[in-house]
Write a protein that binds this ligand. Structure first.
Ligand code: 0HH
Length: 204
């Protein structure tokens, strides 16, 4: 059964899920909901929102639930409950930072961009410290579902502020390693991916 990913044709909240599947060579199909949104879709979605992951008879929404489901299913959730909790903790931190980014992009881009960028080092220092403590990974020697979410978070911030990782060597090495993994590199080098908007309102 091939996973179906229902979302708008943007990177947005589904990109970490796409990256996980691409890296692991797990087939999936993108299903665009932009045709007929909201009438055709909204009432069928558990919270009236996308992204949605369809795995046979399972229909999941909430992007972080989808990531954790794939993490459990494809062995990217650590090897015991303590590692699992550590992975969740970092993923929840990534979600907090993603929410600030989404708020900037959709509600305050022009007025807030400069101040937002000035505040990035204080946030990124926490992530730098966390990764440094595990030899540059979320869990030493293992890929986790949260790796793709953290990678995407760093990646969208690099689009916003290209020098934002310059003083964070561990985060920069983490980003470079994932960007250069063969399947991910190939996926991100396609014309289709390069043209895919980061967000739904044209701001990035
Ligand atoms: N907590 C949820 C999660 O993590 C949040 C989901 C969410 O905000 O999954 N979904 C939004 C779409 S993501 C949604 O369904 C933001 C992208 C907006 C793109 C719009 C148009 C793109 C056109 C190319 N929003 C619709 C709604 O709430 O009615």
């Amino acid at each position: 059964m091939v996973y179906k990913l229902v979302y708008f044709p943007i990177r947005g909240r589904i990109e970490p899920i796409r990256l996980l599947l691409v890296d692991k060579n797990i087939p999936y199909e993108d299903v665009s909901c932009s045709e007929g949104w909201p009438d055709k879709w909204k009432s069928k979605l558990a919270f009236g929102q996308v992204p949605q992951l369809i795995d046979g008879d399972l229909e999941l929404v909430q992007s972080n639930t989808m990531l954790r489901y794939l993490g459990r299913k494809h062995d990217m959730y650590g090897s015991d409950i303590k590692e699992g909790a550590h992975i969740d903790m970092i993923n929840d931190g990534v979600e907090d930072y993603r929410l600030s980014y989404v708020k900037l992009i959709y509600q305050n881009y022009e007025a807030g961009k400069e101040e937002f960028i000035t505040g990035l080092p204080a946030k990124f220092q926490y992530l730098e410290n966390l990764l440094k403590a595990s030899s540059g990974s979320i869990v030493k020697g293992k890929k986790t579902y949260a790796d793709y979410n953290l990678f995407d978070l760093l990646d969208i911030h690099l689009v916003l502020a290209p020098s934002c990782l310059d003083s964070f060597p561990t985060l920069k090495a983490f980003h470079d390693e994932i960007a250069n993994r063969p399947n991910i590199k190939k996926y991100r080098s396609t014309d289709a991916w390069q043209k895919l908007p980061v967000n739904g309102n044209g701001k990035q």
